[in-house]
Write a protein that binds this ligand. Structure first.
Ligand code: ZN
Length: 132
């Protein structure tokens, strides 16, 4: 389970819409499962089908998160034409077994979907997103 405020969900959705038609990506930080901050990251793939975070930007953000005593809780990205479910490549690139992988689907513009998953050793488990 991951806890997040409505405002931060909106920030993720807005970021995803802004990057459309490419995928958006970012990092979620907080503590004890509660997201406190959304870091919008650069998708260096600049692709409608994949994302890859800028490595230097990622190191900087992770340092910043640690310096505030928080932790990286998750990684979010958007799917522009597919369901809010991890792709094969998403699973391959999911290196943080404790992280929540949040996916926003823009497939249906009138009914955006946001879901969260844990990905451990290639196994996908959905978790609840609790909006607080
Ligand atoms: Zn994906």
């Amino acid at each position: 389970m991951i806890y997040i405020s409505k405002d931060l969900v909106e920030q993720i959705v807005e970021h995803s819409k802004r990057e459309f038609p490419n995928e958006a990506c970012g990092i979620l930080s907080g503590s004890q499962g509660m997201v406190k901050k959304v870091y919008e990251m650069t998708n260096t793939d600049k692709s409608p089908q994949t994302f890859f975070m800028d490595a230097r930007e990622q190191i900087k953000v992770l340092k910043g998160i640690r310096s505030t005593g928080q932790e990286m809780l998750g990684i979010y990205h958007s799917h522009t034409a597919s369901e809010a479910y991890p792709s094969g490549r998403d699973v391959e690139l999911a290196h943080y077994s404790d992280a929540s992988y949040v996916i926003v689907s823009l497939k249906n513009k009138d009914n955006l979907k946001i879901r969260s998953f844990k990905i451990k050793e290639g196994k996908i488990t959905e978790e609840e997103i609790k909006i607080v």
